[in-house]
Ligand binder design. Structure first.
Ligand SMILES: Nc1ncnc2c1ncn2[C@@H]1O[C@H](COP(=O)(O)OP(=O)(O)OP(=O)(O)O)[C@@H](O)[C@H]1O
Ligand SMILES: [Mg+2]
Length: 369
């Protein structure tokens, strides 16, 4: 068997479990949700011999899990093979994970699925009312999208989630670290510190648990997402935030002629995120902007940017709106949440509930703004 010769080989020698998601960083690990693929080698995948394994490692794909979440198009380019072969490799990797009980089987009974969902964790947003709308908080194994106009609270939710995700599971956290992919340059460590201090958390611990990744263009974002599986394993990550998913693509792909290309790239990023969320049992939160559609005669003339690609791929979509000093969150799309809305506010604690008095006043007003 070939020795592991790739850029991370030294780390792995020191700690053979480094490349799996069972790594315990800061003493944090939720055993129920950890996936053990560390015993598997790329060459254990059917059809992969030493040459292909070497090519994969050179392309940065170092584990069976990483191979299983790659897209066909990307893999074909990475190892210079046909799309058919790429598809076979990915399917064989997924098959091996299934046989090793890392992934669930393709056909399973609903009771098994229900059992698997028990390994799903929920992270509080910091606001009870927003948590109620989400039936308990942001879920792992899913992509949750917050969209809304500027100042509607998208980045504030992301900051608050950074503080909440590091909390123990018994305190509605995920007991893990956070990867914050910032495409707009709006992440502020001071704000995260303020939120942590106001909530009585250890601010330094939370700052250390949050890994920031600044992204400068859409191709860069594609590359980061491509390697995300490895970053997640290395950092015992339980929450991945992308604030925002669309801004770079919107800025770079202007004009109708480029739309198909843009949508295809977004599609590939989003599909990868969905697979990563499921396979690594992490929560993925993305933010999205709105477009105004002047042809709307009834209702709100704004809709989420990114078209159907984002709408169909994210598991849950929440629309945020400003309402005076407060914010309204509305569950727009979900396979099981009822359509409903709620109010929250933004203060020193980040995202927070309205004060009792204000909430009642608003209810009496009938909630229309
Ligand atoms: N420390 C704070 N205390 C109270 N409110 C705050 C505080 N920090 C930010 N805000 C509120 O948050 C708003 C900004 O929200 P946020 O940055 O989440 O917007 P966004 O939805 O991400 O917008 P964009 O689309 O521009 O990124 C500000 O308008 C302000 O009202
Ligand atoms: Mg923002």
């Amino acid at each position: 068997m070939e020795t592991k010769k790739h850029k991370h080989s030294d780390d792995e020698k020191d700690n053979p479990h480094q490349s799996g998601n069972e790594v315990i960083h800061n003493g944090k690990a939720d055993e129920r949700s950890q996936i053990r693929d560390t015993d598997l080698d790329l060459q254990d995948v059917e059809g992969i011999g030493p040459t292909t394994a070497k090519k994969l490692k050179e392309a940065g794909i170092t584990s069976v899990m990483e191979l299983a979440v790659t897209t066909i198009e990307q893999l074909a380019v990475d190892i210079n093979c046909s799309k058919d072969s790429a598809a076979l490799f990915i399917m064989a990797a997924q098959k091996l994970l299934r046989e090793s009980n890392v992934l669930e089987k393709e056909f399973v009974t609903a009771d098994f699925v229900l059992e698997k969902r028990k390994s799903m964790l929920r992270c509080s947003t910091g606001s009870k009312s927003l948590d109620e709308l989400l039936l308990g908080g942001i879920e792992t194994q899913a992509v949750t999208e917050f969209y809304g106009e500027f100042g509607s609270g998208k980045s504030q939710i992301c900051h608050t989630l950074c503080a909440m995700a590091t909390r123990p599971i018994t305190e509605k956290g995920l007991h893990g670290n956070v990867i914050y992919i910032d495409t707009e340059g709006t992440f502020r460590p001071e704000r995260l510190q303020q939120i942590a201090v106001t909530r009585g958390f250890d601010a330094l611990e939370i700052l250390k648990s949050t890994t920031l990744c600044k992204v400068y263009n859409s191709s860069h974002l594609g590359l980061i997402v491509k390697d995300l599986g490895r970053y997640i394993s290395e950092r015992n990550t339980k929450l991945v935030i992308i604030d925002s998913i669309i801004s770079l693509h919107r800025a770079e792909f202007t004009g109708r002629g480029t739309l198909a290309d843009r949508q295809q790239r977004l599609n590939s990023i989003l599909h990868k995120l969905v697979r990563i969320a499921e396979i690594y049992n992490v929560a993925v939160v993305i933010t999205n902007q709105v477009l105004s559609s002047p042809d709307t005669f009834f209702g709100d003339p704004t809709k989420a940017a990114g078209g159907n690609v984002i709408g169909h791929t994210s598991t849950y979509r929440i629309y945020l709106r400003k309402s005076g000093e407060n914010r309204i969150a509305k569950m727009v799309d979900s396979p099981y949440h009822p359509y409903s809305d709620t109010r929250f506010t933004i203060n020193q604690k980040g995202i927070d509930d309205l004060e009792e008095g204000t909430r009642r006043e608003k209810e009496l007003e009938g909630g229309s703004d």
